[in-house]
Design a binder for this molecule. Structure first.
Ligand code: PA5
Length: 479
């Protein structure tokens, strides 16, 4: 049994991967010197912001500052003033705004979406104002250039405006570090024009790189010219780590999510992730086991499978974190590293993917996320107890059925030496989400160190971008 349990109840259970039939304790001994180096590198980045070998897009050394994000202190990215300003924006949204549309893609979208889905949930926009605690409806856009969906969003906003009549007000939050990404900026312009044409009141908030002068982003220039409030995508924090900055927190702010509890969860996790002992440090344990599973056993696919609909976007966020951080050429020029992430949701995908997890190629690790307490009990009524198959689960709580299904899935996979791990979060709340997401940030850091890749750049995404610009230019004037 290999379990790490934190004071909150957050648990990493590695029993079904760390055992003599899968990754054995003996096989890990060989990696201890590398682990010690990874822990030293973690200490270094914590104290200096330096990750050896990390270069920015333009080839110059760049700080890596995600470790400071949980600590709300003067001089930090998350200072008391930053938190207060976000909370003030939240209060303004609550008092004056009916609907928020957030435009962003990749790291400027995925983290905020996790907070929204986990906290507000699928039915938020259908709830009454009272049930939303006065906070606005929230829509996401700019994470694709799908004209159908954007038209649907415009129609939805127009219908809400018509239903409410005068006084309906929209807040457009445009999030882009570079300030000119095609998906968010094109959708923003389309939606803004539609609101203007329909006479729907709106205001704009920009979230972008705060630099002025030569490095000023186009979004920053626009915001300054138009007088829109500007929030920051800070230096030294890549998009996939930015949920702990104004980029993700701004979404939390406009739905009444407790930003400080979220950062407290991240802080608690950060403290657990400082140990050099894999049986104490949950991130180090995840990193070494998945690294060895990939390198020695060919288990290089990771199925991220939370049990619960509201955590699906957590799995989507993790896909970017893993893929963009670790899928790349090794620093020493010795080939490539990477593990392929896949989103799955329990129990849904037990009816779609589990067949392959159970009998397909032995090339994957299944990472389960379990919620210990759903905070709601819904018992299946004894409605048709005259049918044995329905009587078999009548009287049981839905959450219990869900967690039991996870247990059965893990046991079935283990029975055929299919590697899996289970992370348990006590509840779906701000603190637990902070713990969960920050653990994976550190796990990716450690795995990057073990694999010898720069986890903080993404040169591979530039290749298609260089081709897309000239291709679009050919279409200009020919619509
Ligand atoms: O993580 C990343 O760097 C990317 O996913 C970016 O967040 C994404 O491409 C959006 O970029 P930007 O924030 O500059 O619009």
């Amino acid at each position: 049994m290999t379990k790490i349990v934190l004071p909150s109840g957050f648990t990493v259970d590695a029993t079904n991967i760390l055992n003599d039939k899968a990754v054995s304790s003996e096989s890990l001994l060989h990696y201890f010197p590398k682990l010690a180096d990874a822990v030293k590198a973690a200490e270094k980045v914590r104290h200096t912001g330096v990750v050896d070998g990390h270069l920015s897009k333009d080839g110059t050394p760049e700080a890596v500052l995600f470790p400071e994000l949980p600590y709300v202190e003067d001089g930090h990215i998350n200072s008391p003033a930053v938190l207060e300003r976000l909370e003030a924006l939240g209060a303004h949204a609550k008092a004056d705004i009916d609907a928020v549309v957030s435009f962003g893609i990749g790291g400027s979208f995925l983290g905020g979406k996790v907070l929204f889905d986990a906290y507000a949930g699928e039915f938020w926009n259908q709830k009454s104002d009272e049930a939303r605690g006065g906070y606005p409806q929230v829509y996401f856009s700019g994470n694709n250039v799908d004209p159908h969906r954007t038209q649907g969003l415009i129609d939805t906003l127009a219908a809400s405006a018509q239903a409410k009549g005068d006084g309906f007000k929209v807040m457009l939050i445009v999030i882009s570090k570079s300030g000119s990404t095609i998906e968010p900026m094109s959708n923003f312009m389309v939606v803004k024009e539609a609101l203007e044409n329909k006479g729907i009141a709106f205001e704009v908030v920009a979230v972008t790189d705060p630099h002025e002068g030569e490095k000023e982003t186009l979004l920053h220039k626009l915001a300054s010219r138009e007088g829109w409030p500007i929030f920051s995508v800070p230096d030294g924090v890549g998009g996939r780590f930015s949920v702990f900055t104004e980029v993700g927190l701004i979404i939390g702010a406009v739905i009444g999510f407790d930003l400080r509890a979220f950062l407290d969860g991240a802080k608690a996790m950060d403290q657990a992730c400082q140990s050099g002992d894999i049986l104490e440090n949950p991130a180090l344990l995840c990193a070494i086991l998945k690294y060895v599973a990939a390198e020695e056993k060919g288990r290089y696919i990771e199925i991220m499978m939370p049990y619960g609909d509201s955590l699906k976007s957590f799995a989507e966020w993790y896909v970017q974190l893993l893929a963009e951080s670790l899928g790349k050429h090794r620093d020493d020029g010795n080939g490539s590293y990477g593990r392929t992430p896949v989103v799955a949701v329990g129990t849904t995908d037990m009816h779609a993917q589990t067949q392959e997890h159970q009998e397909g190629r032995l090339n994957k690790v299944v990472s389960f996320v379990r919620v210990a307490d759903w905070g709601v009990k819904l018992l299946v009524p004894h409605m048709y107890d005259d049918f044995d198959k329905l009587a078999a689960f009548s009287g049981l709580d839905l959450g219990l059925i869900q967690n039991t299904a996870l247990e059965a899935n893990a046991e079935a996979l283990t029975g055929d030496n299919r590697y899996n791990m289970t992370v348990t979060i006590p509840k779906v709340d701000e603190f637990s989400l902070g713990e969960l997401m920050f653990m994976y940030c550190w796990a990716i850091f450690y795995e990057g160190q073990l694999a010898g890749v720069d986890a903080f750049n993404q040169p591979g995404v530039e290749v298609y971008k260089k081709l897309l610009g000239p291709k679009l230019a050919k279409h200009k004037g020919g619509n």
